[in-house]
Design a protein around this ligand. Sequence first.
Ligand code: F3S
Length: 399
Amino acid sequence: MELTLSEKQMLQGEFGPATRKAMEILVALGTIYQAEKMIPVSSVQVSGVSYDNLGEAGLDFLSEMAAGGGKAQVLTTLNPAGMDIEDPTSLGISPEFAGQQQRVIDAFGRMGIITTCTCTPYLTGNLPHYGEHIAWAESSAVCYANSVLGARTNREGGPSALAAALTGRTPAYGLHLAENRAPSLTIQVKAQLTENDEFGALGLLAGRQIEMRKQNRVVYIQGIQQASLENLKSFCASLATYGGAGLFHMQGITPEANLFAPTADAVEFSQADIQSAARSLNDESAAEIDFVSLGCPHLSILEIARVAELLRGQKVKKTFWITTARPTRQMAERMGYTAIIEEAGAVIAADTCCVVAPIQGRFHTLATDSAKACYYAYGKNKMKTRLMSFDEVVYEALK
Ligand code: F3S
């Protein structure tokens, strides 16, 4: 792979051991994917932040990179951690876990990474524009950045995203190249979708089709008349989870859709298909719901306003976590939404979520509007799941 003079200097260790290690990671990645060169990135989002996923080995790696003089060269933010960093005990997290999680955050902080922990960086100031090359790691955010914003990123792993942050570079392959952004499958939607859980069910159906074909994983979607930011973030999370997709085009909605035509390979989904996909995430054998959560991906301020409206003057009867980014929570505090939610007995937590927090064994059945949360609640945390609409999730907490 062709490297510029400064990239060669990074590789030779002239900018310190952490930068050398970072460039070694990127060169290895670029070699595997036959990239011809590196390209500059302007924004990074790093995953592998929860100590629950990182463990001691991950923490050691981060501490080593910080001690080796690693410094973020571009705007870099973090994926959710395993706790609310400013209020760990609000979620029943053990002091031992909280201590190790804090060391992780401190290591990132020493590298000049902004310790805002969210899977919706695009809602909190890390917002790339059309055509911008970036290196993001969280799968739902990658899908959103490529598809809805028209930025260009591969789905990075934690180490490769950190390496991009410390060098300001990423290998030029995959979704950075225009020729890899064309769709290979068309999904025709013959249904009216309005709720997040319905868009999540569509993501599940489309994802299964992608998995069956093993092509380039880019789909072209027709038939969606309208989709809110919240619908799209839900769809992105589901499509990335069930189909490993990093990019889709939605006719009339996403910015690159008009560059492409529908493909010959096409499948159609009806309202009944959507309903049946949603039902497949409802475990009918589930015992009573004992955990309710909204915020996968992290809630927008509009969604928090809706929760507050529904909870005003009421008391929840189940454990109810509402998860969001710290800056969004600060807006919610200013607007009085947090006070309403907390008076109702629900928890509004920043920096974390119901998947990356260490909760295995604490709950049996999760109610959520997120198809992605269902996947991980079952797979990672061994819970049964019930998928319902956003408002129904709130009503469930009040039952
Ligand atoms: Fe975000 Fe956690 Fe869901 S990182 S997309 S809220 S699994």
